[in-house]
Write a protein that binds this ligand. Structure first.
Ligand SMILES: Nc1ncnc2c1ncn2[C@@H]1O[C@H](COP(=O)(O)OP(=O)(O)OP(=O)(O)O)[C@@H](O)[C@H]1O
Ligand SMILES: [Mg+2]
Length: 252
């Protein structure tokens, strides 16, 4: 059974059908990429998956449970976590404090049995582990807003990891990154797939074709097609949508 399923999701903004009966599934351990031109409805779809927007029709299932009506924090508790298209960190706080706040927010059940002092040590350890996991252990004392753009996006991913997700939603994690920063993010996502499934929205086709097990192509709110990277690369309809976008054609 799939870890995650979207079934017949519909979202209308007035007369605009932003999500048009979208269905897709993500298996355990899968990196599933969602691609499509600007305005195709990718963020609108992720907003409904994470609970920021209520769909007009359809269902969202995680581990077989219907989570369509759950508020965001309950979805996070069930194992669904996200990063936003625009980074959401506390820019005036240190990297360590950002991580501590995130760890603390999700520490209710895991640390409640500890005494206050051990509780605090546990939070610091968890924050350090998160920093190491994403490669920010050398920047723990730095002010988050002063970090280079790529490191800020990386911190955003670390914050999303604090809840221990089964499925991580990433909305354009490489946006605005230089080649080295993108490379680092690709490597980070590669390591994450051992522990969780990833739904990746990304315009960087090189990253998409390197990372994705399967790709869904969204156009005007509809899934045009879904398949393996090879199937998507060789699909004439997809090529027509991306005509002029040579990265889709030249990526091995
Ligand atoms: N809150 C809203 N109210 C009205 N229309 C909206 C709203 N949010 C998005 N839209 C419209 O819905 C469509 C899909 O937008 P969405 O942001 O989901 O696209 P996207 O695929 O994420 O695009 P991009 O690649 O530029 O991030 C667009 O036509 C957009 O203008
Ligand atoms: Mg978007």
């Amino acid at each position: 059974m799939s870890l995650f399923q979207v079934q017949g999701l519909v979202k209308r903004f007035g007369g605009l059908l932003a999500t048009d009966h979208v269905s897709l599934s993500v298996a355990h351990g899968e990196v599933h990429a969602l691609i499509g031109p600007n305005g195709a409805g990718k963020t609108t779809l992720v907003n409904q998956i994470s609970g920021l927007l209520a769909p007009d029709e359809g269902r969202v299932l995680l581990d077989g449970a219907d989570i369509t009506a759950l508020p965001m924090h309950r979805r996070v508790a069930q194992g669904l976590s996200r990063c936003f298209q625009v980074t959401r960190i506390f820019p005036k706080q240190s990297v360590r404090d950002n991580l501590l706040l995130a760890v603390q927010a999700h520490s209710g059940s895991s640390f409640r049995f500890l005494k206050p002092r051990s509780h605090e040590c546990g939070l610091y350890e968890a924050a350090n582990r998160l920093a190491e996991r994403v490669g920010l252990q050398g920047q723990l004392g730095e002010i988050a807003g002063a970090l280079p753009h790529g490191a800020q996006r990386t911190l955003d991913v670390a914050l999303a990891l604090a809840s221990g997700p089964k499925l991580l939603l990433l909305d354009e994690p490489m946006a605005g990154m230089g080649p080295d920063e993108s490379q680092h993010m690709v490597q980070l996502i590669e390591t994450l797939r051992q522990d969780m499934a990833v739904l990746l929205i990304e315009h960087d086709m090189e990253a998409v074709f390197r990372l994705a097990d399967r790709i869904s192509v969204l156009v005007y709110g509809r899934v045009l097609t879904a398949g393996t990277p090879d199937e998507i690369r060789n699909n004439p309809e997809v090529q027509a949508v991306y005509l002029g976008n040579e990265t889709l054609e030249t990526t091995p």
